[in-house]
Write a new protein. Structure first.
Length: 178
């Protein structure tokens, strides 16, 4: 009986899909991350979004200058986080639940090697599910060694006292004449 269980267990293990090392090793940084502000923002949203499971935290950290900070703001005030603080805070939640954050509108201002982006977002539990939250990420970028790096992200979720202003929502196409 025990021998049959061992043989069955071995057969089941052999039938499981094999994950390649290439899939499990963090990329640290995609080649075009930060070449443009667009690619930096796409990488930011891409690295934190996904089904339940781990995230590529090495790539996440590579998007920032080493001293970069993340600052969620709520009714109590701001909470200043290092990149590792954010990983420690968000990592377990992302491992347990799906989290998909998408940009729905953007306003960018740039001068030389400095840029500021107001990125309006929606958060979902699944890639195509209904949003459970919206807000604005205020992202400050600096250009370092030819790449755009995040200096800080300050964000606040939408609340009854703070609805998203029309200026930070997607523009609606003009009505068509009939």
């Amino acid at each position: 009986m025990i021998r049959a269980v061992i043989i069955l267990s071995a057969a089941l293990v052999m039938a499981l899909p094999v994950q390649s090392k290439a899939q499990s090793v963090p990329t640290a940084q995609a080649a075009d991350d930060g070449e443009t502000i667009d690619s930096a923002i796409a990488a930011l949203y891409g690295v934190i979004s996904g089904p339940p499971g781990s995230r590529d935290w090495a790539r996440f950290k590579a998007l920032f200058v080493p001293e970069g900070r993340l600052v969620p703001v709520n009714d109590v005030g701001p909470r200043i986080l290092t990149q590792q603080d954010y990983v420690d805070r968000a990592g377990p939640a992302f491992a347990k639940d799906g989290f998909f954050e998408t940009e729905i509108a953007r306003r960018t201002e740039r001068y030389g090697n400095v840029a500021h982006v107001f990125s309006t977002y929606e958060s979902r539990r699944t890639a195509i599910g209904a949003p459970f939250a919206r807000g604005i990420n205020s992202i400050q970028f600096v250009r370092v060694a030819g790449k755009w790096r995040i200096l800080s992200i300050t964000w606040q979720g939408e609340a009854p006292a703070f609805p998203l202003p029309d200026a930070y929502l997607p523009t609606k196409p003009a009505p068509q004449e009939k």
